[in-house]
Structure formats: C-alpha cells, structure tokens
Design a protein around this ligand. Structure first.
Ligand code: HEC
Ligand code: HEC
Ligand code: HEC
Ligand code: HEC
Ligand code: HEC
Ligand code: HEC
Length: 477
C-alpha cells in the first residue's frame, strides 16, 4: 500500500521532467559560428575558464550537455547566466545558486555587452572547441596573407621621400661647415704666424677672395642655419610637458598584455569607474585577490621573448619565474600568506606610478567618452580618423579605450600612447562625428540637430566641435 503513492509521485516527476526536457529541447537549437565563438571565448572567458579542466570556473567543453544533465537547463538559462549571472542568482534560480556554492561563491563577471548571437557563437564553440579554433586560425592566416600582400604592394610604391631630402640637406650643410672651419683655421694661422709658408699665404688670401666672390652663398647658408635652429627650438618647446611614450617602472611588474591581452580580462573589470565619472582609477589590491587567491604561480604559455633575446633572462622558464616572483611581491604588499591562505594583516600599499596626469585646470571626463561617445569613437577608430591613427595601428575589434591609450592589450608595461595635449583633444573633436542616435544626444541635441540639418543639409556630418567641443569652458574650469 505504501509503495503506490510514491510510485505515482515518481511517475509524475518523470512526466514533468520529460515535459520540461522536451520544452527546453525545442528551444535549444543553438546555431552560430564556432570561429567567432573561439575569439569571444579567448577575449572574455579564459581568465577563469579552460577548454578542458577546472580553472576558477568549470570546464567549457561540453558545457551545454552538462548543464542539461546536472541542472535540467538549456539555452535560455545559459544565455541568462552568461549575460548576468548575478541577476539570475538573485532571482532565486536554484541551479545558478547551486553552482555558485559549489565553486566557493566565486563571482563570475557579467557580460551585458555580449549579444544573443555572440553567446550562441560561444556555445557552438563549446560543443566542438577544436573545430572552432581551427576555423579561427585559418581565417586569421588568410587575413594576414592578404594584409601582407597589400603591405608589399604599398611598400613598392615608394615613400620616405621627405626624410631623404632632409638627410641630403644635412649632408650638404655639414660639408659646408667643415670647409668653412678649415678656411678659418688658415686665416687664424695667418694672423698668428710670423712666418708663413707660401701655401698658407695663398690659401688665406684665396679665402678672403672666396668670401667676396661667394658672398651671397654665405649669407644664404647663414639664413638657412638660423632657420633650422629656430625650427629645432620650436620642436623642442612643443615637447615640453608632453610625455608621449612615458613608461615608468612600476613597483610590481604588472603586465597588461598578460591580463587584458592573453587572459582577455575586460578593462572595466579593473578600471570600473571609467563608466561612471571623471576618473578610471587604479584597482585596489582586493580586486587582484579575486583571482590571485588561487593563481599563485605563472604557468601561461606567453612570455616576453625579447627578455630572452636581449640576454636579460636565460630562458622562457626564467622569465616565467620572474612573473611568479612578481605575484609573490604582490602578496607581500597585500599581506597574504599564500601557504596558509590567510591575510597576515601586514599591508604595505602598492605605490603605482601615475602615468597620465592632466593639469588641474583641465576637466576631462571618462564617462563622456566611454559611454556617451563610445559609438562615435569606435566608428572613428574603424574609419581611421582619430588623431595619430596610423602610428596607433589599432585592430578591427578595438575597444573604445584604445583611441586614446593605444592597444593596451599588447603592452607589457603601460606607456603613454598619445600626446595628451590640448591640440590632440581638439583635433579629435574636429574630426569625430557625434553619434546622434544615442539616447542622450538624441534628446539633448534634438533642437540643435534640426538647426544644423537646415544649415548644412540632411547628410551633413556633425562633429564634436559643433556641439560645443571647442568651447574653452567645457574643458577648463
Ligand atoms: C572572473 C572569472 C570568470 C569569468 C571571466 C567567466 N566566468 Fe564563467 N564561471 C565562473 C565561475 C567561478 C563559475 C562557477 C559558478 C560560480 O561560482 O558563480 C562560472 C560558471 C560558468 C558557467 C556554468 C557552467 C556549469 O558547468 O554550470 C558557464 C556556462 C560559464 N561560466 C560561461 C562563461 C563564459 C561564456 C564566459 C565568458 C564570456 C565566462 N564564463 C567568464 C567564473 C568566470
Ligand atoms: C587585472 C586588472 C587590469 C586590467 C584588466 C586592465 N588594467 Fe589598466 N591598470 C591596472 C593596474 C594595476 C594599473 C597600474 C599599473 C600600471 O600602470 O601598469 C593600470 C594602469 C592603466 C593605465 C595607466 C594609468 C595611469 O597611471 O595613468 C591605463 C591607461 C590603463 N591601465 C588602461 C587599461 C585598458 C585600456 C585596459 C583594457 C585593455 C586595462 N587597463 C585593463 C590594472 C588593469
Ligand atoms: C580576473 C582575474 C585576475 C585579476 C583580477 C588579476 N589577475 Fe593577475 N593574473 C591573472 C592570470 C590568469 C594570470 C596568468 C596566470 C598564468 O597564466 O599562469 C595573472 C598573472 C599575473 C602576474 C604575473 C604576470 C605579470 O603580469 O607580470 C602578476 C604579477 C599579476 N597577475 C598581478 C596582478 C595584480 C597586481 C592584480 C591587481 C591589480 C591582478 N594581477 C589582477 C588573473 C588575474
Ligand atoms: C578620449 C580619450 C580617452 C578615452 C577614450 C579613454 N581615456 Fe583613459 N584617460 C584619458 C585622459 C585624458 C586621462 C588623464 C586624465 C587626468 O589626468 O585627469 C586618462 C587617464 C586614465 C587612467 C589613469 C587614472 C585616471 O582616471 O586618471 C586610466 C586607468 C584610464 N585612463 C583608463 C581608461 C580605460 C580603461 C578606458 C576605456 C574604458 C579609457 N581610459 C578611455 C583619455 C581617455
Ligand atoms: C578619440 C577622440 C577624442 C579625444 C582624443 C578627445 N575627445 Fe572629447 N569627445 C569626443 C567625442 C566623440 C565626444 C562627444 C560625446 C557625446 O556624444 O556626447 C567628446 C566630448 C567631450 C566633451 C563634452 C563636450 C560637450 O559639448 O558636451 C568634453 C568636455 C571633452 N570631450 C573633453 C575632452 C578633453 C579635455 C580631451 C583631451 C584631454 C578630449 N576630450 C579628447 C572625442 C574625443
Ligand atoms: C577639448 C578640450 C579643450 C578645449 C575646448 C580647450 N582646451 Fe585649453 N587645454 C586643454 C588641455 C587638455 C590642456 C593641457 C595640455 C597639456 O597639459 O599639455 C590645455 C591647456 C591650455 C592652456 C595652458 C597652456 C599649455 O599649453 O599648457 C591654455 C592657456 C588654454 N588651454 C587655453 C584655452 C582656451 C583659451 C580655450 C578656448 C579657445 C581652450 N583652452 C579650449 C583642453 C582644451
């Protein structure tokens, strides 16, 4: 008698499970591009996930099947989780909370910027990671071959003319100077020496004659010399207070290439205040410990090859040992005992050397550029209209930060990538087209937009200067 209700319950359970299963199954058609998925996974997830085996989060190969087996959830759940796992957990989702506990309440990042298709691409990649990676590498090789061909074509069509002229100019000038020196020397000898050899005499008098004869040439070269000196001085003055390329040594050798490049950690995970206000800020050591409580050694494949080539380190392993040493240095500063996994309480603040620093009378807000201006600046990067575009040579999938800071994901030691002068700000405001589709500008500038349209016609470009980006008061207190 007792067994029957239980049996029924189980049947009911099974029915519900099957219904749910088939329901989720019908929504589970995941189609996407594994190559793109590989790229997205590399860029966003590898700080915490590996293809095979657990890192900080679970293994990614076969994750779609696993969550179905262990949690009875499918595509919808995966999308919700990857977009914003925190919201999903807070909504009371049982499986989400279960894995959170299972992984020691380690927080996964949220990815509000990934589109539905992006997430499907990642999921397709997770089903067959090897195929995704192979497809990506093939596409990349093809693109590289094409770029190399284009570059070769460009190189064979000339260039470097102006520097050639400069070198010839300097050569002529220095020959002239040496000649004058030799002649002057003879003149000096003439005035000093009581006895002159006939040759000396001849040369000296000849010089006086030459002076007269080539009077115009001498004056012209004097003017040229003066001009060049002034030019040099002007260049020099322009560079006072400009620190492009500034790359100070930091107390801990923290590599942006390792973190933002190889590991693909989002800039805003560490510089989280960029979105909200004036400063981007430097992350506090607590944030480092989110990951470094578990990452105690450097075991990556990447290392700076130039450190071995230059002979500074004997081998790749030595460089990696050096990286590991820097992680230990960080523990010391933070006061963490990696053996016992406890804080010792002996802290010594990490004194990062500040690289970018505008004078006090300048107002610069990251939010204005990273949020309101994001689309406009990304478009300007793609079109190659940002200042210094050629030298920065930014990749297609650039983040907005690169427009001003360069491709930070390729910098081991961070350096200043632009001039950061007033002229630089203004140049970008003159050439960058405002994104009138964003909500803020759309409302705020609706009236102005109409007026400009009337003045310049429908297709006219509205650049930042047109909305007041050149007004002194916008950038100066
Ligand atoms: C900062 C570390 C971190 C990053 C970055 C990260 N994850 Fe996670 N992920 C975790 C952790 C930790 C868990 C385990 C659950 C928990 O503790 O919240 C997890 C769980 C998951 C799960 C559930 C897997 C399962 O077996 O239940 C999926 C799916 C997932 N992550 C996908 C991604 C994807 C896709 C990305 C990149 C777009 C990503 N994660 C980036 C840390 C991270
Ligand atoms: C894991 C954390 C982390 C990530 C991810 C990260 N940074 Fe940083 N960033 C730091 C730390 C720590 C410093 C201070 C040390 C230094 O200058 O190298 C710093 C310094 C900087 C500075 C110089 C600040 C100054 O002193 O003027 C810039 C600019 C910067 N980061 C930009 C970026 C960009 C752009 C990205 C994304 C491509 C990024 N960072 C990703 C941690 C991070
Ligand atoms: C989201 C996770 C994460 C955060 C946050 C993070 N790291 Fe790392 N860090 C890593 C990973 C992953 C590696 C590479 C480990 C490997 O490949 O074996 C690494 C490597 C390092 C290394 C050795 C390589 C190098 O850059 O010289 C140092 C030092 C380091 N981290 C310092 C820091 C500091 C300081 C912070 C805080 C400002 C920080 N990390 C924040 C994940 C993180
Ligand atoms: C339009 C140009 C521009 C863009 C885009 C930009 N920055 Fe900056 N960044 C600056 C300037 C200018 C400073 C110097 C600010 C100062 O000294 O007041 C700066 C300073 C910084 C600093 C040093 C600390 C601070 O806030 O002064 C960090 C870190 C930083 N930027 C990170 C980022 C990150 C991350 C992004 C992308 C999310 C980004 N920046 C996008 C221009 C830019
Ligand atoms: C890479 C291009 C770029 C650079 C470099 C740049 N800006 Fe901008 N700036 C923009 C864009 C785009 C906007 C418009 C944002 C929007 O849509 O509201 C903007 C808007 C502004 C505004 C608001 C203007 C207004 O009328 O509301 C200020 C202030 C400003 N920038 C200051 C600066 C300063 C100071 C610097 C130099 C330190 C600088 N910008 C460098 C692209 C740039
Ligand atoms: C888009 C932003 C922006 C606008 C608009 C702007 N400035 Fe500047 N200005 C700057 C920045 C940034 C600096 C600091 C440059 C540096 O440190 O090299 C600066 C520096 C200066 C200086 C100090 C001289 C120097 O080279 O250090 C003066 C004076 C000045 N600005 C006057 C003006 C006047 C007058 C206007 C209006 C016609 C104006 N600025 C408009 C961004 C701006």
């Amino acid at each position: 008698m007792k067994a029957r209700p239980l049996y029924r319950m189980q049947l009911l359970n099974l029915a519900i499970f099957l219904a749910l299963f088939s329901f989720s199954y019908s929504q589970d058609e995941i189609t996407g591009d594994g190559a793109k998925g590989y790229e997205l996974f590399q860029a966003n997830c590898t700080a915490c996930h590996q293809v095979d085996g657990t890192l900080i989060g679970p293994q990614i190969r076969g994750v779609v099947d696993r969550v179905k087996e262990e949690g009875g959830v499918g595509r919808e759940w995966l999308h919700a989780w990857i977009k914003d796992n925190k919201a999903l957990r807070e909504s009371g989702d049982a499986y989400a909370n279960k894995i959170f506990e299972q992984y020691n309440r380690q927080e996964m990042l949220t990815f509000p910027s990934l589109s539905e298709q992006d997430i499907d691409d990642i999921l397709v990649y997770s089903m067959d990671p090897d195929a995704g990676q192979a497809a990506f590498e093939e596409a990349k090789k093809k693109a590289a071959d094409e770029a190399a061909a284009a570059k070769a074509a460009k190189a064979s069509s000339g260039g470097g003319v102006s520097s050639g002229i400069a070198i010839v100019g300097f050569f002529i000038l220095s020959v002239l100077l040496i000649w004058i020196l030799v002649r002057l020397n003879a003149l000096v000898k003439l005035t000093r020496a009581e006895e002159l050899t006939p040759e000396d005499e001849e040369a000296a008098f000849d010089f006086a004659g030459m002076m007269q004869k080539y009077d115009k040439v001498f004056k012209a070269s004097l003017v040229l010399l003066l001009f060049l000196t002034l030019f040099g001085l002007w260049k020099f003055l322009l560079h006072i207070g400009v620190d492009k390329g500034y790359e100070p040594e930091q107390p801990i050798y923290f590599s942006h290439q390792v973190h933002a490049g190889v590991q693909g950690i989002d800039c805003q995970y560490c510089h989280s205040s960029a979105k909200y206000g004036k400063v981007s800020g430097i992350p506090s050591p607590n944030l480092c410990m989110n990951c470094h409580k578990t990452i105690k050694e450097y075991k990556g494949d990447y290392y700076e090859e130039h450190l071995v080539e230059s002979g500074e380190y004997a081998s790749a392993d030595e460089v990696k040992k050096f990286y590991t040493g820097e992680i230990q240095k960080m523990y010391k500063a933070i006061g963490w005992d990696p053996e016992k996994n406890v804080y010792t309480g002996e802290q010594k603040p990490i004194e990062w050397v500040r690289i970018h620093n505008m004078p006090d009378f300048v107002y610069f807000s990251h939010a204005q550029h990273v949020v309101a201006g994001e689309k406009a600046i990304l478009k300007a990067i793609a079109d190659g209209t940002i200042p210094n575009s050629e030298e920065l040579n930014l990749p297609d999938n650039s983040q907005v930060c690169f427009a001003c800071h360069g491709d930070v994901t390729k910098m081991d030691e961070l350096k200043m990538a632009n001039q950061f002068t007033m002229g630089w700000c203004i140049e970008c405001h003159r050439t960058t087209e405002v994104d009138m589709s964003n909500e803020y500008n759309n409302q705020y500038y609706a009236e102005l937009h109409e007026k400009l349209k009337k003045e310049y016609g429908d297709g006219a470009k509205i650049t930042v200067d047109a909305i007041g980006g050149l007004e002194c008061g916008k950038c100066h207190y």
